[in-house]
Design a protein around this ligand. Structure first.
Ligand SMILES: *[C@@H]1O[C@H](CO)[C@@H](O)[C@H](O)[C@H]1NC(C)=O
Ligand SMILES: *[C@@H]1O[C@H](CO)[C@@H](O)[C@H](O)[C@H]1NC(C)=O
Ligand SMILES: *[C@@H]1O[C@H](CO)[C@@H](O)[C@H](O)[C@H]1NC(C)=O
Ligand SMILES: *[C@@H]1O[C@H](CO)[C@@H](O)[C@H](O)[C@H]1NC(C)=O
Length: 438
């Protein structure tokens, strides 16, 4: 009986984005995720879009020593995945690289990410309606992995989720504690605490931006940002924008996100995925309590951003949260912008400042303010890339699991190599309105 209830819950539940067509028994048994494209050939090979690549025979180095499913992504699940040529991309090479559009992927389209308050009233309305649609529309292409026990393949169940919840899950999944030889290692993860941090989040926003463009047919959609520098309080936390909240952190009934449910709340399960996200009625409402955490009572300043941008090294050994003189670590916020003091700052400080879901980092993307925050973090990253003429070769060799320059970012299909997200934003079809030069 318990099993039946468990399974029943699973099907209304949430949990790693997988291409729907690759979540079948056959695909998992043959470890092959090379779907047929419209021309009926796998990865659109007959149309020259891509090919089904075998990771086994490709000579790619494999990282041993773990039963964690994310190591050496995507090899735990698939030995064969699509590799797309030229401007093509997507899990079946049916989509285009970021910034490219059209059936033949031959049309470039440049979008500009702007400050939320630079948007017109209508543009703001459009943003909120697109987000509402993303939160309520079942993802056509992706399902998520919902399982009671993350280390036992036989318990795996793939379930539907809304497009927005697929996005939330990706962050959660990449942050789950790493298991090395049956022991949890809490100081490492696949999206934070190392050189992958800025690029992983860049890719994460690009994924969401693209999915919203595809869902709405609006190629001009760009994720705006929240410039939090020197803000005295969360000035976008008003009911016409991100929503005000009461003392308990409950969002105002009349604001856009007041009825959003938080998936994976109570995320800190040692060996399970998201067990409470199994029934809509048990899921918590979104909470936010900006400015009420005593040790994170102020947002980063203009000077903090200037100082962080003065650090010329992208990242430094040991490539974790103790790295000094590291732009990445200062931007991420384990290091103060002075480059020498290990203390909460920048990106991390904003998360903690916001309270509620935002301050619980694994589930923080449940709050759509995450998108606006990370769009601004990405703008600072872009400013740094520009200032120091960075390229993918700037990305350091290192031995942190999941952070290698040539490792595939978790949990994306097809493979997106970590180093490639040090390309300039223009490569991916977007730009920012730049900081004025002082
Ligand atoms: C790739 O896209 C660019 C537009 O950005 C276009 O000029 C180029 O011709 C495309 N390449 C191919 C092979 O279609
Ligand atoms: C995990 O176990 C294997 C086999 O016992 C061993 O070779 C490896 O060094 C261990 N890895 C770690 C990180 O402890
Ligand atoms: C932020 O502060 C301004 C003035 O300092 C005030 O008008 C506004 O209501 C505050 N907003 C919030 C969300 O507390
Ligand atoms: C950072 O890396 C160093 C060197 O490998 C290690 O001694 C330290 O425990 C790591 N610290 C954290 C917090 O990751």
């Amino acid at each position: 009986m318990l099993t039946i209830i468990f399974l029943a819950f699973c099907f209304s539940a949430v949990d790693s984005q997988f291409p729907r067509v690759c979540a079948t028994d056959a695909a998992l048994r043959t470890k092959t995720c090379c779907p047929l494209w419209k021309d009926k050939s796998s990865c659109g090979s007959l149309s020259g879009r891509g090919r089904c690549k075998s990771w086994v025979t490709s000579g790619e180095k494999t990282i041993p020593v773990s039963n964690d499913d994310r190591f050496n992504w995507p090899r735990f699940y698939y030995d064969n995945t699509c590799e797309c040529y030229g401007n093509y991309s997507g899990f079946d090479c049916g989509d285009c690289k970021y910034g490219i559009h059209g059936e033949k992927c031959d049309r470039k389209n440049m979008i500009v990410r702007r400050e939320l308050r630079e948007l017109s009233f209508l543009e703001q309305k459009r943003l909120f309606s697109y987000l509402a649609l993303a939160k309520t529309t079942k993802s056509r292409d992706f399902v998520i992995l919902s399982t009671g026990d993350r280390f036992h393949r036989e318990t795996y169940r793939f379930v539907d989720a809304s497009l927005y919840d697929v996005f939330v899950w990706m962050h959660y999944y990449s942050m789950k504690a790493i298991m090395i030889n049956d022991t949890f290692d809490l100081i490492r993860n696949f999206a934070h605490q190392g050189p992958v941090f800025p690029g992983w989040h860049r890719l994460n926003l690009l994924f969401m931006e693209r999915q919203i463009q595809l869902m709405t047919g609006d190629e001009t959609f760009a994720i705006p940002y929240y410039d939090w520098r020197g803000d005295k309080n969360c000035s976008i936390c008003t009911d016409t924008l991100l929503g005000s909240n009461d003392d308990q952190g409950v969002l105002n009934f009349y604001s856009h996100f007041s009825f959003w449910k938080t998936i994976c709340s109570g995320f800190n399960y040692p060996d399970e995925y998201c067990p409470l996200a199994d029934a809509e009625q048990k899921m918590e409402r979104l909470h936010r309590k900006p400015g009420t955490t005593p040790y994170a009572a102020n947002l980063p300043t203009f000077q903090d951003v200037e100082d962080a941008l003065k650090l010329p090294n992208f990242d430094t050994p040991p490539f974790n949260e103790t790295s000094l003189l590291s732009f990445r670590n200062a931007l991420e916020g384990f290091l103060a912008p002075d480059g020498v003091t290990l203390k909460r700052s920048m990106h991390n400080l904003v998360h903690i400042y916001m309270g509620g879901a935002m301050s619980q980092i694994p589930i923080s993307s449940n709050d759509p303010i995450f998108l606006l925050h990370h769009s601004f973090v990405d703008k600072i990253f872009e400013t740094w890339l520009d200032r120091y003429d960075a390229t993918p070769s700037t990305y350091p060799e290192n031995s942190e699991i999941g952070h290698g320059p040539d490792e595939c970012a978790v949990p994306y299909f097809p493979c997106h190599r970590n180093r490639d997200y040090l390309e300039r934003a223009i490569t991916f079809g977007y730009q920012y309105t730049f900081f004025p030069v002082k």
